[in-house]
Design a protein around this ligand. Structure first.
Ligand code: DAH
Length: 330
């Protein structure tokens, strides 16, 4: 009889190992722990044993019952947990979808792309230059001599004696002329850096769009026509702008472009948005282009300024704070 009890216990553990679903678990319960199950039956047989065997048999039967019951409960629990885990994975395809937040290009990137498209249609290629520049490209080749106020080390972020973060995109003109023979017709967008005190219209990093045209017989009229076409395409036909004489070391004559715009109080004023002019012969000398044969014009627009006027943005810092409430409007 004791051997039989032991066998029941062993069989029960063997069966338990095979179970992996609730039906098999219930079958197991009926087979061993149910009212007619083998373990309960086994216990009921103890009374029929001779009195001297009852004690040992009773202990063995109770121990077996306890162990099997415990193992059964444990398995039941882990099966339940597994089922709950599975339920979590279940996808209800009839539920409405969660909204997907798709990012968009930054307003400055959008503006830059728009500018490149407009100039692309006017036959300009796109050129890029490094943001970490040397003094040759940022200053010397652009006819900016050592005494020029822009050469004050406090007016640029220097990395070492000869290397700095470019303070304008004009060095890209030099890089293009060093590697390309005229005719040249390029625009160059990019970041520029200046240690300015930050306020509503100044930032230590901003974007410019540079242009350079070099060819046989290029004149200031070509420059003015191109700027006019561009401004009217970008802002609409009614925009008012003017060329105001100015000075830059790398152009002669030089001018600045002012746009008439309306501030948030409805007040109209001129805002300077670009510098421009005819390429200075000294610049052609620096890059080895024949100044007797070729002429050229160039400009540099401030991209933030263009976007501020177009969209009525009154603080340049908004572009760089990356507040979604601002960015989502574009
Ligand atoms: N590089 C000048 C600046 O950052 C702007 C400029 C003026 C660019 C005249 C030009 C130019 O190409 O011809 O202030």
């Amino acid at each position: 009889m004791l051997e039989q009890f032991e066998k029941i216990g062993k069989d029960a553990f063997k069966d338990l190992k095979k179970i992996n679903d609730p039906t098999a678990l219930e079958d197991f319960r009926i087979k061993y722990l149910g009212r007619k199950g083998q373990i309960i039956q086994m216990l009921s047989q103890i009374g029929q044993l001779p009195p001297d065997q009852r004690r040992t048999a009773g202990q063995l039967a109770n121990k077996t019952k306890k162990q099997v019951t415990e193992a059964f409960e444990k398995l039941k629990e882990s099966l339940l947990e597994a089922r709950q885990e599975k339920a979590k994975e279940f996808i209800d395809v009839t539920l409405p979808g969660k909204p997907v937040n798709i990012g968009k290009t930054h307003v400055i990137t959008q503006t830059t792309n728009e500018l490149l498209e407009i100039f692309g249609r006017m036959g300009f290629a796109v050129a890029y230059g490094p943001e970490v520049e040397d003094e040759w490209h940022n200053y010397f080749a652009l006819n900016i001599g050592p005494e020029h106020p822009a050469r004050d080390p406090f007016d640029a972020f220097y990395i070492d004696e000869n290397t700095l973060l470019r303070s304008h995109t004009s060095p890209v003109q030099i890089r293009v002329m060093e590697r390309t023979k005229p005719p040249i017709r390029v625009v160059a967008p990019g970041r520029v850096y200046r240690p300015d005190t930050v306020d509503a219209t100044h930032m230590y990093m901003f974007h410019q769009l540079e242009a350079l045209v070099v060819d046989d017989g290029v004149s200031m009229v070509d420059m003015k026509t191109t700027i006019d076409q561009f401004i009217r395409t970008f802002f609409g036909p009614d925009i008012k702008w003017r060329l105001r004489p100015s000075f830059f070391p790398f152009t002669e004559p030089s001018a600045e472009v002012d746009l008439l715009w309306t501030d948030k109080h409805g007040k109209q004023d001129w805002m300077e948005v670009a510098g421009c002019g005819m390429v200075d012969p000294n610049v052609f000398d620096a890059v080895g282009i024949d100044k007797e044969k070729y002429t050229g014009w160039a400009f540099g627009f401030g991209i933030e300024r263009l976007a501020m006027i177009k969209y009525g943005i009154t603080d340049i810092r908004l572009f760089f704070e990356n507040d979604l409430r601002f960015l989502k409007q574009f």
